[in-house]
Design a protein around this ligand. Sequence first.
Ligand SMILES: [Zn+2]
Length: 236
Amino acid sequence: MATQTINTIDIGDIAVNVVRKNIKNVHLSVCPPTGNVRISAPMRMNLDTIRVFAISKLDWIKKHQQKIRSQVRETPREFLDRESHYLWGKRYLLDLVELDTLPSLELCHDRLILQVHPDTEVVKKQEIVNEFYRQQIVAAIPPLIDKWERLMGVSVTSFSVRKMKTKWGSCTPSLGTIRFNLELAKKPAECLEYVVVHELVHLLEPSHNSRFVAFMDSFLPQWRFYQAELNRLPIH
Ligand SMILES: [Zn+2]
């Protein structure tokens, strides 16, 4: 017999991980650094009861998520020379080159060479880097979608890449459209593939129920590892 069962229930836009095991009382926690919500409950308690419990604690959950997320926010980049920047999980040091030519961004070994006019503002530098990240993701996604469309027998209408505050990706199953978080360009490429698989599974099963988890387990057995990797640092 299983010693514990794991489910995810959605309360509005909050995904709650539910672990049922051999314990006597329900325990609710909001975990740093991401504010993930976890409920431990006795094995015999059914999911509907747990859902009602979670809804009754919604204000408390939101308050704690806000508190945790404001504490661990990633420090903003300033685009100074030798500052660390990430692409596909690899760290690059910024080489800031100030020249009166067209702005450009180039990778060279472990360097990210950002060439801008002298006195370029931080927001403008951020825009150049964001556009670079966007191009990186836009190039990486189509082969992944092709691969997983064939393996799953689903079809994606279109995808977009944008800044998102709380999610790595989202899917509108009725339209077959998928959105990806720009920040994925900083994470290991396997994490992007995990998000592609997750969003495509929504074309088979819209909610995060046990059927969804079963699809994830069969398509990408190691998906929990990538999910944990993505959740290690909050989306800023
Ligand atoms: Zn989802």
